[in-house]
Write a protein that binds this ligand. Structure first.
Ligand SMILES: *[C@@H]1O[C@H](CO)[C@@H](O)[C@H](O)[C@H]1NC(C)=O
Ligand SMILES: *[C@@H]1O[C@H](CO)[C@@H](O)[C@H](O)[C@H]1NC(C)=O
Ligand SMILES: *[C@@H]1O[C@H](CO)[C@@H](O)[C@H](O)[C@H]1NC(C)=O
Ligand SMILES: *[C@@H]1O[C@H](CO)[C@@H](O)[C@H](O)[C@H]1NC(C)=O
Ligand SMILES: *[C@@H]1O[C@H](CO)[C@@H](O)[C@H](O)[C@H]1NC(C)=O
Ligand SMILES: *[C@@H]1O[C@H](CO)[C@@H](O)[C@H](O)[C@H]1NC(C)=O
Ligand SMILES: *[C@@H]1O[C@H](CO)[C@@H](O)[C@H](O)[C@H]1NC(C)=O
Length: 300
């Protein structure tokens, strides 16, 4: 019975690991590296909007996305250090940036790149089980010291007092019975959902990509998971039954062998040499290979 209990506990462990991996992978966006590569391309193209004799600060400059990404809108706004903290930006496209936003590390000037991914939203930010009610919008902060620089890392910006608001008032209506949710993709690849504030706004303390979604296939993804788990449990039970049958069989076999050994030992009392000859000739002791050897040793 010992090995049976051991396999049962192994099975339970495997099942719980399986369950955990299913709940953990529920919020994984599609291809994170291609989304990050898009950010780098759009930073480059947004900075090209600054090709002017004099770049004013606090003014949005609309850029043009590369032709293979038609449908994406970009803009860039240059700010001097400290103006985010002391003044904020009352309106930058859909974003409302209050005062009290800090950036790190220290830069003399920074650029806020705006993205509206339009019909590319689902391509770069697929969310299975959800439908977008608005395009994915982004606000990302970069070093503005060199306006020709590419592949810049994002700076960290953090709203210390009031949150940054994203205005989705022109989004589509969610079908009745479903509740719209704000979704936020941070730059590390994790997804967070939150409630939509009054006036169809989403709030955030950090930069990233934002949109509004509703759960489109309610429970469908979950029921698939449930079926997988039910399937594994049933499969596990079948395996257990099989193991039990095997265990019973081997127990019977052992008993059989024990009986035949007892018979042999009984025979050995009167006809020791006969037993050894019979064992050597016939494959009676197939399962107990060591037995004949031992007896041979005793014979001489
Ligand atoms: C993810 O995107 C990168 C860059 O666009 C590409 O090279 C890679 O093949 C993609 N991976 C998957 C699994 O789609
Ligand atoms: C679009 O073009 C840019 C620049 O020409 C290139 O770097 C990028 O890989 C292309 N993106 C796609 C999705 O084809
Ligand atoms: C988005 O729309 C533009 C035209 O406005 C089109 O050229 C582009 O292929 C579309 N993108 C996707 C992913 O469908
Ligand atoms: C910003 O860019 C300038 C020029 O490229 C560089 O000297 C400086 O170290 C950068 N600052 C940060 C915080 O990356
Ligand atoms: C700005 O960046 C470009 C592209 O990386 C580089 O060629 C140029 O030398 C840089 N300029 C300064 C002043 O660092
Ligand atoms: C994201 O969501 C998780 C779970 O809902 C929560 O624990 C975490 O604090 C959230 N992260 C942020 C930055 O809000
Ligand atoms: C979001 O809304 C739901 C229902 O409207 C409510 O139960 C929940 O507490 C809200 N969550 C937060 C974080 O406000």
């Amino acid at each position: 019975m010992g090995p049976l209990i051991r396999s049962l506990s192994m099975l339970l462990l495997a099942l719980s690991l399986l369950g955990m991996s299913f709940t953990g992978s529920a919020q994984n966006p599609g291809n994170w590296s291609s989304a990050r590569a898009l950010d780098a391309i759009l930073q480059d193209y947004a900075y090209r909007a600054f090709v002017r004799p004099r770049v004013r600060t606090g003014v949005p400059y609309d850029g043009t996305a590369p032709s293979n990404l038609t449908g994406i809108k970009i803009a860039a706004m240059r700010l001097v250090r400290g103006s985010l903290k002391s003044r904020g930006v009352s309106r930058y496209k859909e974003f409302e940036i209050p005062k009290g936003v800090g950036e790190r590390p220290y830069v003399k000037r920074l650029v806020l790149v705006y993205q509206n991914l339009g019909n590319w939203s689902e391509v770069y930010y697929p969310l299975s089980g959800f439908t977008y009610l608005a395009p994915v919008l982004a606000l990302l902060a970069y070093n503005a010291t060199n306006l020709s620089a590419t592949n810049l890392p994002e700076l960290n910006i953090m709203a210390m007092r009031d949150p940054i608001m994203v205005d989705f008032s022109s989004m589509s209506q969610a079908p009745s019975g479903s509740t719209p949710k704000c979704v936020w993709f941070n730059l590390q690849g994790s997804v967070n959902f939150s409630n939509v504030s009054t006036g169809n706004k989403c709030s955030t303390t950090q930069q990233g990509h934002f949109s509004v979604v509703f759960e489109s296939v309610k429970g469908k993804g979950k029921s698939k998971k449930v079926w997988i788990i039910v399937g594994s449990v049933v499969g596990g039970l079948l395996l257990l039954i099989l193991l039990a049958i095997l265990g019973l069989c081997s127990k019977k076999q052992r008993e059989k062998r024990k009986i035949s050994r007892m018979e042999r030992e009984a025979d050995a009392g009167e006809a020791l040499s006969m037993t050894s000859i019979r064992d050597a000739r016939t494959p009676v002791a197939l399962g107990t290979r060591t037995q004949p050897m031992l007896e041979h040793n005793y014979v001489p």
